[in-house]
Design a protein around this ligand. Structure first.
Ligand code: MCN
Length: 787
């Protein structure tokens, strides 16, 4: 390992830019002669739009245009799409509510964009909005996840408000496993709805060049290529070759910026109509109302076991709230990202899951850090811990008894687990947490009047979302893979173009480490470019902890192609046979001699054969000039990170306040490129999971108004909620990619909610508690217990 190669904790090269205010975010983009967009949003959750009168507003000086759903219709723009087709158990296709970029006929959630005003300044646009008269007929709103199917039908084509009724697994075999069971654990679980809250709110600035017919959109996107594809192929905003999307620095996304939203589409369409650039920046209140939310499941989960703890079967019924519209990936999150993982790390022979996806008059719900996998880990890990308590078996022993321990492992659902050693991370976590002395700590806490609890979670996730064959067979609209171009410039430094997008994950650093390691060139001589559809090949973006496993592997593949080409060129330069060339530490060496050429020299010669390139002849026959390779990597399967998290909490029975006093996370991410970055990813993920478990909660009232629409009411996790975490790794390389890596970007948010909730329920000795375990809920649960 070199000081900047694979395995080194290199400091993030992008941080200097970010912490010194030199980052360039979408809102920093200001174009000559730009105008400003302001969206008029529905104040009602469900309302018929009877009339929109813009006559007064258009007369205000400085107003350049006001557009409504009628204008969108007139221009024949397509609707926003959901790109993953899910079939219901009766064989019918999912029912998708039409999703126009400006409401047509009806508004279906508070905050939905009903009209847009383009003006010389934002103030003028906002003032003009006051003069737009909209006549609404308020309709009854459907809000509750559990009762959505009993509510008034929202869309003509979505019967009973159920977009799809999905199932996976063998129902009969599972029922049989339950009939033969000696013990059944049953839990009613709510996976609370979350609002992503990336540090940078969404933004978009669009410009049309009438000279070239080209549109440029600067946008806060996690996957600009896919957004461009949707805008071109499905919405007819502009032909793909005339549409350039640039997602510059993006200040976090956590999933919420994967999707194509209405606003960026509207400004791109309207910029040609206005004939000037248009800028839109979302404010935090709009973010709360319109960014896609996450989770929101109501679940009944049951686990069948023998008395000795052997797991026999699992049965799950979930109602998943997808909100008012099916956003870009909304259908895959509560189905294929969730259902196949309900068996977790365990050898459970029979499983059945049914998911009813319901539409409601709330903001759309889509993937949020973990996307389906936290929901799966939560239910299986809560069931397992409960089973251990009910059967009076140590939770660690129950897990070990049932762990999958041979790989590859074909589960009874659809996944083939690639590699792992679950016992190893459980053992390591137990050792690091000093589990054996827990009872002593519990007694000490008791002396101080506190209730101490411990919780485990041995989670698994599927990441590296890609294998085209697999995702297409599961209903994806397009196969997923990733691309990379590694380009040597003649003077020996390297530009890497990746189809992935970094918005906090440190790709500039880790991708440079891969190239430095593979090609033996200094880390400082490598530049990573992402987020621009005009640079580099097509890309699939960043989500599902896929960028390293899929995008990083494409980079490694391109490096290997360069080495193969370099062998041919250097053989000619050194006057030996290609078979005698060995590539080592950045040099092509003629075996058994002291003759060698650095990769930089070879790169120069490849572009400029001749005196200066020190290859006084043309390149070898059949070798094209240049040192620039492009690769597309499509793995054979997902990779499956796993880990054990152990949490200890102290609950104050008088106030219900929970304090996390110990947190251990031992994770298996296969080969690790940069341990420091990976630890940072785990820290962030655990903090988000702690937020979900203890304080974060999205509340709509019965009329569909968002009660938790600001930081006054929506509580974000804070540093003082978390102790100094102890992290560690077990590394079983994944056989699914050339780097042996597994993703780490979501693991913390997947492993932590069940570990924390298992600890809280242990402390209060009651399962009668749902997330978030706020002080009042914990206190009430304790009171219910006494009563
Ligand atoms: N890495 C590594 N070794 C491994 C695994 C990963 O060194 N074995 C490094 C990677 O090279 C990369 C980082 O860790 O620099 C995360 O890699 P990966 O797990 O591939 O995840 P992605 O880069 O695809 O990031 C997506 C993931 C997701 S899905 C969400 S949501 C999320 C997350 O990452 N959103 C984030 N982490 C985030 N971090 C920040 N700061 N901001 C977000 O919005």
């Amino acid at each position: 390992m070199t000081s900047s190669g694979i395995g080194a904790s290199v400091k993030r090269k992008e941080d200097d830019r970010f912490i010194s205010g030199k980052g360039k975010y979408t809102a920093d983009v200001n174009l000559y002669n730009q105008t400003y967009a302001y969206f008029i949003r529905s104040p009602h959750a469900h309302a018929r739009i009877k009339k929109i009168d813009i006559s007064k507003a258009t007369k205000i000086p400085g107003v350049l245009g006001i557009f409504t759903g009628d204008d969108v219709k007139k221009d024949k723009l397509g609707n926003l799409i959901c790109g993953w087709k899910i079939m219901s158990k009766n064989g019918s296709e999912m029912q998708v509510p039409p999703h126009p970029i400006l409401a047509q006929g009806k508004a279906n959630h508070v905050g939905e964009q009903v009209a847009v005003i383009i003006a010389e300044t934002l103030e003028i646009a906002k003032n003009a909005a006051e003069k737009v008269l909209i006549d609404y007929e308020i309709l009854k709103a459907v809000v509750s996840t559990a009762n959505a199917m009993k509510g008034e039908q929202i869309y003509e084509n979505v019967k009973n408000n159920c977009a799809f009724d999905f199932e996976l697994g063998d129902k009969i075999k599972t029922e049989e496993s339950f009939s033969g069971a000696e013990h059944i654990v049953s839990l009613d679980l709510i996976n609370n709805r979350l609002i992503p809250n990336a540090m940078e709110p969404r933004a978009a600035t669009a410009e049309y060049n009438s000279g070239t017919g080209e549109y440029t959109l600067y946008t806060t996107s996690q996957n600009p290529h896919l957004s461009r594809l949707i805008m071109s192929a499905f919405m007819q905003v502009a032909p793909e070759h005339k549409l350039r999307l640039i997602a510059p620095d993006v200040g976090g996304g956590f999933g919420s910026k994967i999707y194509l939203y209405a606003e960026e589409t509207v400004v791109t369409w309207a910029t040609k109509k206005i004939g000037r650039p248009i800028k839109w920046v979302c404010d935090r209140s709009e973010s709360f109302l319109t960014d896609c939310h996450g989770r929101d499941h109501v679940t009944k989960a049951e686990l069948a076991l023998k008395k000795d703890g052997t797991m026999l079967g699992i049965k799950v019924h979930t109602i998943a709230n997808v909100g008012a519209y099916l956003s870009t990936f909304a259908s895959v999150t509560p189905t294929y990202l969730y259902a196949p993982l309900i068996i977790g790390t365990y050898n459970i022979p029979a499983a059945y899951i049914n998911v009813k996806a319901v539409v409601t008059n709330t903001a759309p719900v889509d993937a949020y850090r973990g996307a389906g996998r936290p929901e799966a880990a939560y239910l299986i890990e809560r069931l397992v811990e409960t089973a251990a308590r009910e059967l009076n078996i140590d939770p660690a022993d129950l897990r070990k008894k049932n762990f999958v321990d041979k790989f590859p492992h074909q589960t009874c659902l659809i996944h083939l687990y690639d590699s792992g050693n679950y016992k190893a991370h459980l053992d390591k976590a137990m050792e690091l947490s000093d589990y054996k002395n827990f009872n002593q700590r519990k007694a000490e806490s008791k002396k101080r009047g506190k209730l101490r609890g411990v919780g485990f979670s041995s989670y698994i996730e599927a990441c590296g979302i890609a294998p085209s064959a697999a995702v297409l067979s599961l209903g994806a609209g397009v196969g997923l893979w990733e691309s990379a171009q590694v380009r040597f410039n003649p003077t020996g430094n390297v530009t890497v173009f990746t189809g992935a997008h970094s918005h906090g994950q440190g790709h500039d650093t880790t991708f440079s480490q891969i190239v430095s390691d593979r090609l033996g060139i200094p880390f400082e001589n490598i530049e990573v470019i992402h987020g621009d559809t005009d640079k580099g090949p097509f890309g699939m973006g960043t989500y599902g902890s896929r960028s390293l496993a899929v995008g990083g592997s494409a980079i490694a593949k391109s490096c290997d192609k360069l080495i193969a080409k370099g062998k041919k060129i250097s053989a000619k330069m050194l006057d030996v046979s290609e078979n005698d060339i060995e590539f080592k530490d950045g040099h092509f060496e003629a075996k058994g001699t002291n003759k060698k050429k650095s990769i930089g020299e070879v790169a120069f010669a490849s572009y400029l054969p001749g005196e200066y390139g020190k290859i006084n002849s043309p390149l070898p026959e059949g070798v094209e000039p240049g040192f620039n390779e492009t690769s597309f990597f499509d793995p054979a399967n997902f990779s499956f990170p796993s880990g054990t998290h152990i949490c200890e909490v102290e609950v104050d029975p008088d106030t219900g306040v929970t304090k996390i006093v110990k947190y251990i996370a031992i994770d298996d991410f296969g080969t690790i490129i940069n341990p420091m970055i990976v630890e940072g990813q785990v820290h962030g993920g655990v903090a988000q999971g702690a937020g979900q478990a203890l304080i974060e909660h999205t509340v709509y009232d019965d009329s569909g108004q968002l009660i938790t629409g600001s930081y006054m009411d929506y509580t974000m996790p804070r540093a003082d909620m978390l102790p100094n975490m102890k992290l560690g790794f077990t590394n079983t390389p994944s056989p699914m990619n050339p780097l042996g890596v597994k993703g780490c970007g979501e693991a913390g948010a997947i492993g932590s909610p069940p570990a924390i909730m298992n600890a809280v329920t242990d402390a209060i000795d009651s399962n009668d508690l749902q997330m978030p375990a706020t002080p009042v809920r914990v206190w009430e649960a304790l009171k219910r217990k006494v009563a």
